[in-house]
Design a protein around this ligand. Sequence first.
Ligand code: 6PG
Length: 240
Amino acid sequence: MELIITKDIDELSRQVAVWITAYIEKVLKSQPRFTIVLSGGSTPQKLYRLLASTGFLKNIEWSRLHFFWGDERYVPFTDQRNNAKMGFDNLLDHVPVIKEHIHMIRTDIEPSASATEYESILKNYFPGNNHTFDLVLLGLGDNAHTLSLFPGYEVVNEKEHWVSSFYLEEQNMVRITLTPPVVNAAARVAFLVSGNDKARALHQVLTAKYDTNRYPAQIIQPVNDELYWWVDEAAAAELE
Ligand code: 6PG
C-alpha cells in the first residue's frame, strides 16, 4: 500500500492525472486495451476535467480505453446524482472514446436485473484473466464507505457476486455496486480522498482494527497489493 499526500485537491488531481497517464502508456505497451473503473461523487471531478484538458488529452490513446463504473445511484441518467452522467459531463463527452467501450450500470431496468446484467458483462469481459480491471478509482465517504459499500450492509462482505443492488436506507435510494471480489482482483486500485471532512474516516480506515462493518473501505485489499491512497493534507490531518 502506498500513501501519497498532496497539498490540496488541485495538486492531487494534477499528480493523479500524470500518474494515470503514465500507467496507461505502460500497460498499453503490453496489452491491447486499458480498462478503468470510474468513481462517482465529487472528488474525482477535477481529475476527470484535467484528463480531458489539452495538457493530457493528447497523451492518452483514448480509443484503446474501456470504461466501467464502481457504483451507481439508481436514478435516471439525466439526474445530477447519476455517476455515469458525472463521468460524461466531466470526461467522456470531451474525449475521443469509442462509445461501445463505455459500459454504464443501467438505471432504466429493474435494479436486480441491472446488477445481473452488469455482472454478466464483466464475466464475459474478463474471461479468466489473471486480473480484472487495470485501474479502479475509488472515493471514501466520511463514514468510511467506498463504492456503495456502506457500514452495516451485507453487501460489504459479498464473496461471490461481482455486482449487487440493495436499498440504502439513509439515502432513501437503491444502489448498484461492484463488490470486493471483482475490485480486489484488479491490477491496481487508487483511492482519491480530499477535505477535512474525510480526515476521521481516513484515519479509521488506515489505522483502526480491521472491522469492515464499521469501516467498509478496509475490505479493499487488492490481491497483488497495488493499493494507492492519494490524499490531500486536509484529509490527512489525523494521520501521524
Ligand atoms: C458514490 C460514490 C461514493 C463516493 C464517496 C465519496 O456513488 O457516492 O461511489 O463511494 O466515492 O461517497 O464521495 P465524494 O467524492 O463526493 O466525497
